[in-house]
Design a protein around this ligand. Structure first.
Ligand code: FAD
Length: 398
């Protein structure tokens, strides 16, 4: 993209990483995305390529074998990947969240044990908060973990685990009995190891098959059923029962920047497709781009792409500087996902009837964009977070 979604002030290393990823996406992702997506096929070769580039260890500190890059670098990489195919960014997203949680909160032993193998992609992370009866209302979690000697025993059902089948490490949020009055203070995060696959993968833990989704195909999204599943107490994140809610929310906050980045990537691609098509397709004796109604659509789409990108970059930079970014991450996620849905819809309209054909990429983007309105917290939940933060900041003195 020559003009849109540029980022000022990047280092040479960041520019080099982004150029490498962009080249990979243009050569290895875009030409295969349509076929893999329509077949709901896991992108093995693309994942192998990402491993080779070190993307699974992008943000893991160098002392643990990663590249030690910032959230901003990660978000810009995700934007590039989602421009090619959103499902591929889904493969690394939950991994990145779990690595972030271990890096920020894990004990020295947990970091030594997991991070080096996460950096190579040998261990692959998924994270699990949602349940069949709840997604937004995390504090209402029903899955229980009861202490039994040196172990906890987990019982309950989890829903919507992205990478549930392909991962080998799942950060699971469950209810423990800490005796706290506030429900969220009775939640604990567990680092659950399991082999990749489906069925009863270890005694007491079943990963039923893939959920058949409208889009975001290729990457597996599953349920997880825990029935008398034993996990050592040493696998409580930070060995700190009752702290799981805060730890997971820290993960979700970086996840929100990442979802914003994905939305930017899809919107960029939808714009690219529209601007190209509008100059090729002729009606009433001229390219449709020369009809003002279409040219104005392009102008509005590009403005939305630019605004979303800048807010996403701002939220990532705030987090990298060590400042709280819940409001900015919420705003970036809200605007990027809503704009992504709008830009994709406009690109679809510009394609006329062909946009409805499975031969055209915009058909896939139309099915991918809605997920971003839901994942890592719906738009309503983002507005709740933003307004709470603002009311804290602008507290009335009256
Ligand atoms: C493809 C896919 C992948 C996912 N991957 C993961 C994953 O890897 N890990 C994971 O833990 N979860 C995952 N999720 C779950 C996702 O985070 C939840 O679906 C999401 O948080 C919404 O929860 P819900 O579906 O239970 O909707 P609900 O919480 O039931 O919400 C339903 C509607 O009510 C609105 N609503 C709810 N509460 C309020 C309120 N207080 N005020 C105003 N409106 C409200 C919502 O905005 C929404 O419109 C995934 C979901 C999908 C679809």
């Amino acid at each position: 993209m020559a003009r849109l979604a540029q980022t000022a002030g990047l280092t040479d290393i960041q520019r080099e990483i982004l150029a490498t990823v962009r080249g990979f996406v243009d050569k290895e992702v875009i030409p295969h995305a349509q076929e893999l997506e329509h077949g709901d096929t896991y992108p093995e070769d693309i994942v192998a390529g990402m491993k080779e580039m070190g993307l699974f260890g992008l943000t893991i500190p160098e002392e643990y074998g990663g590249l030690g890059e910032s959230l901003l670098t990660y978000a810009l990489v995700v934007e590039e990947i989602a421009r090619g195919w959103m499902s591929v960014s889904g493969v690394i997203n939950t991994h990145f969240i779990v690595a972030h949680m271990i890096k920020q909160h894990g004990t020295p032993e947990q970091k030594e044990y997991f991070l080096p193998r996460m950096a190579t992609g040998e261990v692959r992370g998924a994270f699990s908060m949602s349940e069949p009866d709840l997604g937004s209302d995390v504090a209402a979690i029903k899955t229980r973990a009861k202490r039994d000697g040196d172990d906890y025993v987990i019982d309950g059902q989890k829903m919507w685990l992205t990478n549930g089948g392909t991962s080998t490490l799942v950060a699971v949020l469950a209810k423990t009995d800490e005796g706290a009055a506030k429900p969220h203070q009775n939640l604990t995060a567990f680092l659950v190891e399991k082999p990749a696959g489906f069925g009863e993968v270890v005694p007491g833990l079943t990963i039923p098959g893939k959920i058949d989704k409208m889009g975001y195909k290729g990457v597996d999204t599953t349920e997880a059923v825990f029935s008398g599943f034993r996990v050592p107490a040493s696998r409580v994140l930070a060995e700190a029962p009752g702290k799981g809610f805060a730890q997971m929310m820290d993960g979700v906050e970086v996840g929100r920047v990442n979802v914003a980045a994905r939305a930017c990537g899809i919107a960029i691609r939808a714009f690219e497709l529209a601007v190209e098509y509008a100059q090729q397709r002729r009606t009433f004796g001229k390219p449709i781009a020369e009809h003002q109604a279409i040219a104005f659509k392009l102008a509005e789409m590009a403005t939305k792409v630019e605004a979303a990108h800048l807010m996403m970059v701002n939220a990532a930079r705030l987090k990298d500087s060590g400042q709280r970014n819940d409001v900015e991450a919420g705003m970036a996620k809200l605007i990027a996902s809503e704009y992504c849905a709008e830009v994709t819809q406009e690109s679809f309209r510009i394609h006329g009837g062909y946009g409805y054909s499975k031969e055209y990429e915009i058909e896939r983007l139309m099915r991918e964009a809605p997920f971003l309105l839901i994942g890592e917290g719906t738009s309503e939940i983002q507005k709740t977070i933003i307004s709470r933060g603002l009311l804290r900041e602008y507290k009335s003195r009256g």
